[in-house]
Design a protein around this ligand. Structure first.
Ligand code: NAD
Length: 294
């Protein structure tokens, strides 16, 4: 099966490599040429443009930063791909944008799926991502083996947009738990606890969560968290701020009562802009710097 993988960034580069290792033929493209060169070193066939990458593809996977990039790129890609191509978008974008992209793909004679992921760069690298998928059952069945090559848990959430709906809920909760974990470590410090002692309790108690056990906001206890490498992402603050913007819009349009989600949106919006954007490229767990003075 010929797969065109577009968007070879922090996540996409690993996902494309996992498809290659599972035996698929993968052609890659990114607007950043260094990303294409790195992918080529890993064995992915480099393409000159997005359109060139999709010309002989049976499946097109996009892993871009936001919905506008997806909708812009789809204009050329949908026209360039052979008829009935499976178009999988794994970027995190709004439910409305996902439905729009799917409708455009259908009108161009293709089969669309929205399939955002959770699990971070470490999950992308290890092939242990969670895929939440929206689209029809036939397209999902065709795509499932590809998701298995890149992930561990695959959930068909419903029709087009349903994957993004699950993702926005997931990331709102992730932001809330990350701020909560940061506040717990700040309080622990002020009470004279060591990070290690608090981690040993939190990571095995009812408060256990990914924000503590994998992406712990303090360096030391996990050893492989972004905090252990100076908060290099991981998952960049700018992307979390973007996702919470999607959550904020969804909270408003649905009239949902979500005060913690709204507080997290405000906290990350401010953190992303703090000191002229000095933290926007850091992992989102760096928000502990605004909470804990150390
Ligand atoms: P990234 O910025 O590292 O990668 C995105 C890549 O897309 C960039 O290299 C960019 O140059 C490329 N791109 C943009 N427009 C393009 C186009 N028209 N053609 C080809 N390439 C194009 O971002 P990332 O961290 O890999 O995240 C990608 C998506 O996955 C985002 O929507 C993000 O919210 C989501 N996500 C990220 C993580 C994470 O931990 N990084 C986790 C889950 C979901």
């Amino acid at each position: 099966m010929n797969i065109a993988f577009l968007g070879l960034g922090n996540m996409g580069a690993h996902m494309a490599r996992n498809l290659l290792e599972a035996g698929y033929q993968v052609t890659g493209f990114d607007v950043v040429s260094a990303a294409v060169e790195r992918a080529a070193e890993a064995g992915i066939a480099p393409a000159e443009s997005g359109e060139a990458a999709v010309r002989d593809a049976e499946v097109v996977i996009t892993m871009f930063q936001n919905g506008q990039q997806v909708l812009d790129a789809y204009q050329g890609l949908l026209a360039a791909a052979p008829e009935n191509t499976l178009f999988i978008d794994s970027s995190t974008i709004s439910v409305d944008e996902a439905r729009q992209a799917a409708e455009q793909a259908r009108q161009a004679g293709h089969r669309p799926l929205d399939a955002p992921v959770s699990g971070g760069m470490s999950g992308a690298e290890a092939g242990t991502l969670t895929f939440m998928v929206g689209g029809d059952a036939e397209a999902f069945a065709t795509a499932e083996p590809l998701f298995q090559a890149m992930g561990r848990k695959i959930v068909h959430c419903g029709n087009s947009g349903a994957g993004q709906a699950a993702k926005v809920c997931n990331n709102m909760l992730l932001a809330v738990t990350t701020i909560g974990a940061s506040e717990a470590f700040a309080l622990g410090q002020n009470l004279g606890l060591s990070d290690q002692a608090l981690y040993d309790v939190l990571s095995t108690s009812a408060a256990q969560c990914w924000a503590v056990t994998t992406n712990c906001p303090v360096p030391g206890p996990v050893g492989t968290a972004p905090a252990d490498r100076g908060y290099t992402p991981g998952f960049a603050t700018a992307l979390m701020a973007k996702d919470l913007g999607l959550a904020h819009a969804a909270i408003e349009t649905t009239g949902t009562s979500a005060s913690f989600g709204e507080a997290a949106y405000e906290a990350y919006r401010q953190f992303n802009e703090l000191d002229g954007g000095a933290y926007s490229g850091q992992d989102f767990s760096a928000i502990i710097k605004t909470i804990r003075q150390s």
